[in-house]
Each structure stands twice: as C-alpha cells, then as structure tokens.
Write a protein that binds this ligand. Structure first.
Ligand code: HEC
Ligand code: HEC
Length: 266
C-alpha cells in the first residue's frame, strides 16, 4: 500500500500549536490548569524507568499520543490508512485506539461494529514481538508516524506497551455486549475510596468531563465503555495528572472498574 502523508511545514506547526491550544480549552469541560510540574509527570520520564512506568507511559501514547506527549494535535487531515467507510475524521483517526480498539482486538473486539468500526485488525498479534521491529513499523507507509509526532525514545515506550503491556480484557468484560463480567467489587471499593477519590470524590462525581447537560463521571464511562476505563485505570488518562494502577496488576484494575460501575452515573 502506498500512501502519501502530508508533512506539516514549520509555519503549519506553529499554527497547529496555536489551534490545539484553543481547541484544548474549548473541548475540556473541566478546563484543567496544567502546571509545568504536572506536565513533567505525565509527559516526561523518570531517571530510572521501571517496567510499570514504561508500560503505562506507552499505554497513554496508544490512547492519545499528542495529549500524552504534549505535542500539537495533527491538523486538518484524516489518517491515509483510515478506511473511507469509517465514521471518524481528522485528528481522531491518528489515535492508535481509533483503528485498533481500547481492547487491542480491533475488528474482533468491541469495534467489531458500531460508530468506531474500521474493519482493521487488533494489535494482539504483535504481543511479544521485538520492540525495535514494532517501532520501525510505526514509521512505515501504513502508519506514517514522524519523529516530530512521536520521537524514537517515545516510540520505544509505545512499542514496549504493544509488546508487553497488552492484557486480555475478555477475562473481565464481555466484548460483545460490553458488560462487566469480572472484578471484585469489595476490593475495588477499598482502592477507589483510598486512591481515586482524592480527585474523583467518594461517589466519582467530582470531575465531570461531559458536555453541558450530559454528565460524564467515572461511573457513566465505566458502564458505557468499560474497555476504555480499564485502559485508563492501568495507564491513566493522557494529558492530566492522574495516577495509574499498572504497578499493581490487572486483577486490581478490574476490581476498581467493577466498583466504579456501581457509582452514580449522573
Ligand atoms: C488509521 C488506522 C490506523 C491507526 C491510527 C493505527 N494503525 Fe496500526 N495498523 C493499521 C492497519 C491497517 C494495520 C494492518 C496492516 C497490515 O495488514 O499490513 C495495522 C497494523 C498494526 C500492527 C500489527 C498487528 C499485527 O498483528 O501484525 C501493530 C502492532 C499496530 N498496527 C500498532 C499501531 C499503533 C501502536 C498505533 C498508534 C501509534 C497504530 N497502530 C495506529 C491501521 C492503523
Ligand atoms: C491525582 C488526581 C487523580 C486521581 C488520583 C485519579 N484520577 Fe482519574 N482523572 C483525573 C483527571 C484530572 C481526569 C481528566 C478528567 C477530564 O478529562 O475532564 C481523570 C480522568 C479519568 C477518567 C476518564 C477519562 C476520559 O475522559 O475518558 C477515568 C475513567 C478515571 N479518571 C478514572 C480514575 C480511577 C478509576 C482512578 C483510581 C484508580 C483515578 N481516576 C484516579 C485525575 C485523577
């Protein structure tokens, strides 16, 4: 497959930065003032990166690389590999998750149908594959991610996640109905009350990222898109100062998902 990727010129990059600044304010109902220190925490790297840090950082790039890495959002064009029959367009089509799914299973997972359908395979087949090989693939003509978008060091984080950070969500979520089928609600309550509540409140309603008149709390999303929320619990939400549970294992993350789904949705 040959595709041509339009590179942003220096001028366009400047504009892109200005525009992404504007759109970040317009999109974010919560409108977080992000300090330099917060930015170092979510887009920087520690001196001695551990495996859990690496996998969570890579998972946030998979979710939304420009938010995760504090880079300008790709402007004006849809990813050349995004299928014409797909319903998304523009920057969204540059997110790994848009083509490969929150459950990493692409067309054989949650995105087998519905508004995010693309017919594209998942990334499961790349689990265990060599990190250098995965990184190189991201620069090929199918993917076309430039160094300005994701640099080599950041690409290694992403590739580590693809190779060693994927989990099998079908153990906790029915990927046909999106119902939560696993997780220990009592254990999840312990973690939510002691960790998540610091920012989301005991009932999960302190932060609301919904549009006016349409609430989006932790529970709203845990029920509607548990695959997305499990990904966020393991890796954190990109571009904000949120903690992640990667160091504590998948089981605990599923427990928190289960409990979160019992909280008020509006
Ligand atoms: C616009 C859609 C699109 C986006 C966005 C996208 N991919 Fe892909 N990806 C594809 C297609 C199409 C294939 C299959 C290519 C083929 O069959 O040769 C693929 C294949 C892959 C594979 C190989 C899977 C296997 O089993 O061999 C991996 C790994 C992968 N992508 C990772 C990523 C990552 C990581 C990102 C984000 C940085 C990403 N992709 C973003 C379309 C996309
Ligand atoms: C230090 C503060 C902090 C902690 C602790 C925290 N979060 Fe968050 N979380 C945030 C912020 C800030 C956002 C961004 C909300 C927005 O986009 O408006 C967020 C977003 C989210 C989102 C939604 C992302 C989206 O927009 O799709 C979910 C789900 C979530 N958090 C779950 C959790 C869970 C579960 C825990 C406990 C394991 C947790 N958070 C702990 C700060 C935190």
């Amino acid at each position: 497959m040959t595709v041509s990727i339009k590179l942003l010129t220096a001028g366009a990059v400047g504009m892109a930065i200005a525009f992404s600044g504007l759109s970040a304010v317009a999109q974010d109902a919560g409108d977080y003032a992000v300090t330099d220190e917060a930015e170092l925490y979510f887009s920087g790297a520690p001196n001695n990166p551990t495996e859990p840090w690496l996998l969570a950082a890579g998972g946030r790039i998979y979710d939304n690389w420009w938010e995760a890495l504090d880079k300008p959002e790709p402007q004006y064009f849809t990813h050349p590999s995004y299928p014409a029959e797909g319903k998304a367009s523009g920057a969204e089509t540059w997110r790994c998750k848009e083509c490969h799914g929150w459950d990493y299973k692409g067309v054989s997972g949650v995105y087998r149908s519905g508004s995010h359908y693309t017919g594209i395979i998942g990334i499961e087949g790349a689990a265990g594959r060599d990190v250098a090989e995965i990184s190189a693939m991201m620069r090929d003509s199918v993917h076309g991610y430039t160094e300005e978008m994701i640099n080599d060091e950041e690409m290694e984080r992403l590739a580590a996640f693809v190779s060693r950070g994927q989990i099998d969500m079908s153990q906790y979520i029915d990927l046909a109905t999106r119902e939560i089928t696993g997780g220990n609600v009592d254990r999840g309550r312990e973690v939510f009350q002691t960790i998540c509540s610091a920012c989301h409140g005991f009932d999960g309603r302190k932060l609301n990222w919904g549009d006016p008149g349409e609430d989006a709390f932790v529970a709203t999303e845990a029920v509607a898109a548990p695959d997305e929320v499990l990904n966020k619990i393991l890796n954190a939400h990109p571009g904000v100062e949120m903690v992640n549970l990667r160091a504590f294992g998948t089981e605990l993350a599923a427990d928190v998902l289960r409990y979160a789904s019992t909280l008020p949705q509006e």
